[in-house]
Design a binder for this molecule. Structure first.
Ligand SMILES: [Zn+2]
Ligand SMILES: [Zn+2]
Length: 188
């Protein structure tokens, strides 16, 4: 069975060199849906608590929220960083507190201090799904990701491997020693 969680993500981007209005900088509220598949954990009668999926995913995904997402070869990137540097906000500002953990992989690098994500590919809804999967596949048993933004929508199914050992009392994943990080339950 699946536990399903949805997030709103507000972001600005553009499709560099795309022949259409999307080549101009613009913003969206995107809706990201993550489906986690596993056995039903009998202790709590859930696959996984959705608020825990939210916490795990959001710690990473929030780097895309209220962020500017630009492709690595977009000339807007150095131009904007130059403005941020001159304004003294490139390396952070006291009011910029809702930051995720910085990440970097082959598809994207997050710069939470200036709310920027630099991507290898154009950040379409398809591109977002590829990035989210790469960032979260080791943390969650992802079976499907859907991303919608304006009139654009895409989804991709994945084959989760195996099952995660979860706490029968609170439902979250046990650590490598079989101990629940939340309530201290210990697997015998
Ligand atoms: Zn757009
Ligand atoms: Zn527990």
């Amino acid at each position: 069975m699946r536990s399903i969680t949805t997030f709103d993500i507000q972001y600005a981007h553009r499709f560099y060199r795309f022949q259409g209005e999307a080549q101009y900088l613009h913003g969206h509220t995107g809706v990201l849906t993550i489906e986690v598949e596993d056995t039903v954990n009998e202790g709590v009668n859930m696959v996984f608590p959705c608020n825990e999926i939210q916490k795990t995913a959001w710690s990473v995904i929030k780097n895309f929220d209220h962020a500017l997402i630009l492709r690595e070869d977009d000339p807007l990137l150095p131009a904007i960083l130059d403005v941020y540097a001159k304004q003294g906000i490139k390396n952070g500002a006291p009011t910029n507190t809702m930051k995720g953990e910085a990440f970097s992989n082959e598809l994207c690098t997050a710069y939470p201090d200036c709310r920027l994500v630099v991507t290898k590919e154009t950040m379409t809804v398809e591109g977002m799904i590829k990035m989210v999967y790469a960032l979260l596949k080791d943390k969650l048993n992802i079976a499907k990701i859907t991303f919608t933004s304006g009139v654009n929508a895409a989804s991709q199914e994945f084959k989760p491997e195996g099952t995660k050992d979860r706490c029968p009392l609170c439902g979250i994943a046990l650590d490598e020693n079989g101990v629940c990080p939340k309530c201290g339950y210990r697997k015998r």
